[in-house]
Design a protein around this ligand. Structure first.
Ligand code: ADP
Length: 461
C-alpha cells in the first residue's frame, strides 16, 4: 500500500504530482536543490529534504542522495516525473532493490525502450511500422555512409540515447553527411555519455502524433487517444493538442491499435507514450516510446477527464485499470502552450531572472500548471519553462479562442516570455485550419515579423 511518496523532481511537475497525492490522501516528501528552497512544491509538501547545490548533476540526478532521502523519510514509492531520473533504468532498479515502488514501468522496459535502436527492433518484431533506417546502432562512419546511401538522402542521424529534441542531425547529401555524423556523435557523447548513433530516412514535414498508453500489472493495456504535437521548434514541442485536428475515427483506430501492439511488445506497465510520425499519405511510423509521464499529459487529461498521475499511482499500488478501451472518448478539445522565459525576438535566448508582477490567466476552461509566483527567481540551472497553459472546450474553435483569451490575460513582468509568440500562432490561419506539420514554426517564423512576438500586439482574426 502506498502511503507516502517521494517526488524526485522540481518545478510544475513536482507540484502536479503533489496535488494528485493529496487528493489520494498520500503523504508527500519533496527533495530540492539549494536554489529551489523557495519553490512551491517545497512549501506544500509534508516533508522536504535538501539534496545538494544547483547543478542537476549534484542534486536532482544524484541517485544516492535521493535513495537516502527516501529511506530517511521512509517512503513507499518514488515518482520521478519527467526528465531527470525518469528514464534512468539503473535508478528504477535501485528503487526495486530497496523495496521502494518506482512509479513507472519495470527497469528492464526502461532499458529496452530507452535505447532507441533497440526500441525500433523490439516494436518492428511485432509488425509495428518503423521508418526505413539502420538495423541497430551504426558501428563506424563508413558503415553509416553505406546505410545512408542505401536509404537515400535526406537522412536523420539520431543518438541511441537521445531525448528532448537533442542529438539529432539532418543530412541532405553525402557531403554533408560525413560532417554531420561526426558532430552528432560527439554531441551525443557529451550530452548523454553515449555516442552511439542510428540513421533514419528523414520525412519531409510529417505530423507528430503520439498515443497515451495506460497499462496495469495484469496485462490490460489501453490507449487514451492521441496528442498532436506537430508545432515544434528545433524538434521540441511548443503547442500540443488532443484530439489531432487531422485524424478521423478510422485513422485514430488504426494508429491506436498499432500503439497498443507496440506497448504489448514492450511488456509495458504504467503510463507511457508511443510516438509516431504520420506522412502525407496517412502512412505512419513508430519513432520512440517515452516510458514516463510527459510534459503534455494535461491535454489528454482535459480531453478525456482522466487524471493520469492518479492512474500512475494506482497502477503502482497494484490496482486494476477500471477503463475499457471502448469507453475512452476524447470528449473535449484541449490545447496546451508551453510558456517559457525566453526571448522570441532574439532567437529564443533564455531569459532567467526574477519575476516581478505575476498574474496567471483563469476562468472557465483554463488550467495553468505552474510553480511560479510574483518574486519567484527563474534559475539558469534548469529549463526555462514557466508554465503550461491548457485551454479546453467542446470544440477546437472554442478551445483556441479560449487559449487566445487566456494568453491575453497573462501578465508576467521581469523576464521575457514567449506569450506573444504563442498568441501569434493561436491566431495564425494555417494553424487554425489544422494544417501544421513539424515544419510549421520554421515556415511561420520566416513570414512573421519579429516585433509581433515581443510587442504582444495581435489582431484577433
Ligand atoms: P526526442 O526523443 O529527442 O524527442 P524523437 O525521435 O522523438 O526525439 O523526435 C523528435 C522530433 O524530431 C519529431 O517529432 C520530428 O519532428 C523530428 N523527427 C524525428 N525523426 C524524424 C524523421 N525520421 N523524419 C523527420 N523528422 C523526424
Amino acid at each position: 500500500m502506498i502511503r507516502k511518496v517521494l517526488i524526485a523532481n522540481r518545478g510544475e511537475i513536482a507540484l502536479r504530482i503533489l496535488r494528485a497525492c493529496r487528493e489520494l490522501g498520500i503523504q508527500t516528501v519533496a527533495v530540492y536543490s539549494e536554489p529551489d528552497e523557495q519553490s512551491l512544491h517545497v512549501h506544500l509538501a509534508d516533508e522536504a529534504i535538501c539534496i545538494g547545490p544547483g547543478p542537476s548533476a549534484e542534486s536532482y540526478l544524484r541517485t544516492d542522495r535521493i535513495i537516502s532521502a527516501a529511506e530517511i523519510a521512509n517512503v513507499d514509492a518514488i515518482h520521478p516525473g519527467y526528465g531527470f531520473l525518469s528514464e534512468n533504468a539503473d535508478f528504477a532498479e535501485q528503487c526495486e532493490t530497496c523495496n521502494i515502488h518506482f512509479i513507472g514501468p519495470k527497469a528492464a522496459t526502461i532499458r529496452q525502450m530507452g535505447d532507441k535502436a533497440l526500441a525500433r527492433e523490439t516494436v518492428s518484431k511485432a509488425n509495428v511500422p518503423i521508418i526505413p533506417g539502420s538495423d541497430g546502432p551504426i558501428e563506424n562512419e563508413s558503415e553509416a555512409m553505406k546505410t545512408a546511401k542505401k536509404i537515400g538522402f535526406p537522412v536523420i542521424i539520431k543518438a541511441v540515447a537521445g531525448g528532448g529534441g537533442r542529438g539529432m542531425r539532418i543530412a541532405h547529401n553525402a557531403m554533408a553527411f560525413a560532417k554531420e555524423y561526426e558532430t552528432a556523435s560527439m554531441e551525443a557523447e557529451k550530452a548523454f555519455g553515449n555516442g552511439s548513433m542510428y540513421i533514419e530516412k528523414y520525412l519531409e514535414n510529417p505530423r507528430h502524433i503520439e498515443f497515451q498508453i495506460l497499462a496495469d500489472n495484469y496485462g490490460k493495456i489501453i490507449h487514451l487517444g492521441e496528442r498532436d504535437c506537430s508545432v515544434q521548434r528545433r524538434h521540441q514541442k511548443v503547442i500540443e493538442e488532443a484530439p489531432s485536428p487531422y485524424l478521423d475515427a478510422k485513422l485514430r483506430k488504426r494508429m491506436g491499435d498499432v500503439a497498443i501492439k507496440a506497448a504489448v511488445a514492450a511488456n509495458y506497465v504504467n503510463a507511457g507514450t508511443i510516438e509516431f510520425l504520420l506522412d502525407q499519405n496517412d502512412d505512419f511510423y513508430f519513432i520512440e516510446m517515452n516510458t514516463r509521464i510527459q510534459v503534455e499529459h494535461g491535454v489528454t487529461e482535459e480531453a478525456t477527464g482522466i487524471d493520469l498521475i492518479k492512474e500512475q499511482i494506482e497502477i503502482a499500488n497494484g490496482k486494476r485499470l477500471l477503463y475499457d478501451q471502448k469507453k475512452i472518448v476524447l470528449e473535449r478539445h484541449a490545447v496546451e502552450c508551453r510558456i517559457c522565459a525566453e526571448d522570441p525576438a532574439n532567437d529564443f535566448a533564455p531569459s532567467p531572472g526574477k519575476i516581478g508582477l505575476y498574474y496567471p490567466p483563469g476562468g472557465h476552461g483554463v488550467r495553468v500548471d505552474s510553480h511560479v509566483y510574483g518574486g519567484y527567481v527563474i534559475s539558469p540551472y534548469y529549463d526555462s519553462m514557466i508554465s503550461k497553459v491548457i485551454a479546453h472546450g467542446r470544440t477546437r474553435k472554442i478551445a483556441l479562442d479560449r487559449m487566445y483569451r487566456a494568453l491575453s490575460e497573462y501578465l508576467i513582468r521581469g523576464v521575457k516570455t514567449n506569450v506573444g509568440f504563442a498568441k501569434a500562432i493561436v491566431v495564425d490561419p494555417a494553424f487554425r485550419q489544422g494544417e501544421a506539420s513539424t515544419g510549421y514554426i520554421e515556415e511561420f517564423l520566416k513570414r512573421t515579423p519579429k516585433n509581433l512576438f515581443s510587442k504582444d500586439k495581435h489582431l484577433i482574426k
